[in-house]
Design a protein around this ligand. Structure first.
Ligand SMILES: [Cu+2]
Length: 490
């Protein structure tokens, strides 16, 4: 849109009226390049993926109303494909191999071209194997025109969990771990922790769990099943955090994306209070607080007000069940930048106590729900085999729907781990948490904690065949991915 070329087609000739004839050429697609790059983490070099836009920076930003016209070029030696997480493209352009489109071969390109209807903080990531764990992810920001009216500054933060290991080896170890993974009781003990523990040092049940479990399989019991080498905020650790410089007496919108493959996190504003104004790119009525949950693949837009006296304000990102953390520092010009320790108190498990309070600004139309589907989140006890309704076969639809229906899905987590569940091609409203019916947030990922249930509702308005899966990359690659379909072609 910003580079729309208008060509004077009639330079040589003239039209009937003697005026030059105007022809509008289609704009060139925005080029997104998938490549390999070397990233230094804690003084050690690692080869990871990069995903850069036309300006050489990670990801893309565009205006709401702008057509999504993007060319993905694969400059690596592996097949890849990039999913537009948060957008609702037509079937075949969602960026998931085997769902109406092939993977992009090494050296090849693929063009995407559709009318984008979703504004907000979104992202893009590989939907192939465990490439997302190797940082093949980037922001996808769709700006609303009104945005600058509300916020003086904005800044995007992409979070990752990081390992120097080959993720395929980690997956093989998990899958070879046999019954060692079972542990419903482990999570039960962690659930009792309250948030006040975030402000206390010293040991607790969680710390003991970590010591009690061995190596890879340990993690923090059922909170994490992988031990990571680092957590990254915009590719940096707290040894050398990003400093975001702002003016005094202004507002800053942080667009935070949890791009971690296997880590739910807390956003911890410390002494500062912020306002959560959008989740997964969808506005909610602002919610004040200093601690906000952010499950894998979720996004949070948090508005900070920088006081008139200025200062330096650490914003920490704290994965549940571990002491390690990452962060950025928001600072007014000239403020002294504090040194921050890479470890702090152990962060407790995420829960849905805040989700219960979110209220969407935009509502789904008030219509009855046509049908409620039950979805059991299953497995995890033997050989790291996860499932949906006990199945592990994406070729078998979980359920089908007709265009125009309003479908509720009641998800029951029968396992010992929390699962951030993501539906492609649609966005949904959180309709109930357990038995409590709410007029909740509009989202595309919702966390379903162990032995709890969450009900979502959405409009079947995008015919095709769509993945419905846990966004924990290792669960997804071990059976917790299914398909929802439409009964007849539109
Ligand atoms: Cu999961």
């Amino acid at each position: 849109m910003n580079r729309r070329e208008i060509l004077l087609a009639g330079l040589a000739g003239t039209s009937l009226m003697g005026l030059p004839r105007l022809a509008v050429a289609e704009p060139e697609p925005k080029l997104l390049t998938v490549s390999k790059r070397v990233l230094e983490v804690k003084g050690r070099a690692a080869t990871v993926y990069g995903l850069t836009g036309p300006d050489g920076k990670p990801g893309l930003s565009m205006m709401f109303g702008e057509h999504f016209r993007v060319r993905v070029k694969n400059d690596t030696d592996s097949d890849t494909i990039i999913h537009w997480h948060g957008l609702t493209p037509p079937f075949g352009q969602d960026g998931v191999a085997m769902y109406g489109e092939p993977a992009i071969a090494p050296g090849a390109s693929k063009d995407y071209d559709f009318a984008n209807t979703r504004a907000g903080t979104h992202w893009m990531h590989s939907h192939m194997g465990l490439q997302e764990q190797q940082l093949l992810a980037a922001p996808l920001i769709v700006n609303e025109v009104k945005q600058p009216v509300f916020d003086d500054h904005e800044h995007v933060v992409m979070l990752h969990d990081f390992t120097f290991r080959n993720p395929q080896e980690i997956l093989a170890e998990l899958q070879g771990g046999g019954g060692a993974h079972a542990g419903h009781t482990m999570h039960g003990s962690s659930q009792g922790m309250d948030h006040s523990q975030m402000n206390h040092s010293g040991s607790n049940a969680g710390g003991g769990m970590m010591q009690g479990m061995a190596g890879m399989m340990g993690g923090a019991g059922m909170l994490n099943d992988i031990v990571f080498d680092a957590y990254l905020a915009n590719d940096r650790t707290l040894d050398d955090p990003e400093v975001v410089t702002v003016e005094k007496n202004t507002t800053l919108r942080l667009r935070i994306i949890n791009g971690a493959a296997a880590s739910n996190m807390w956003v911890d504003l410390g002494a500062m209070e912020g306002e959560l104004v959008a989740v997964d790119g969808n506005a909610i009525y602002p919610m004040k607080g200093s601690l906000f949950p952010l499950a894998m693949a979720q996004r949070a837009d948090i508005r900070l007000t920088i006081p008139a006296e200025g200062g330096a304000f650490p914003v920490l990102f704290r994965p549940e069940g571990v002491r390690a953390r990452t962060g950025i520092i928001v600072a007014s010009k000239g403020a002294a930048i504090p040194r921050l320790a890479g470890e702090g108190d152990m962060a407790p498990a995420l829960d849905l106590s805040q989700e219960l309070l979110y209220r969407a600004v935009a509502k789904l139309p008030q219509e009855p729900v046509n049908r409620t589907e039950m979805l059991m989140l299953t497995g995890g006890e033997t050989n790291y085999l996860w499932g949906l309704n006990g199945e592990a076969d994406p070729a078998q639809p979980l359920f089908t729907m007709r265009q125009g229906e309003r479908i509720a899905v009641m998800m029951h987590n029968m396992t010992g781990m929390a699962h951030p569940m993501h539906l492609h091609g649609h966005y949904f409203k959180v309709m109930a948490i357990g038995k409590t019916v709410i007029d909740g947030a509009l989202r595309d990922v919702v966390l379903v904690p162990p032995m709890e249930s969450v009900t979502i509702v959405f409009d079947a308005d995008n015919p095709g065949s769509w993945p419905f899966h846990c966004h924990h990359a290792y669960h997804m690659n071990s059976g917790m991915m299914g398909t929802v379909g439409y009964t007849s072609a539109a």
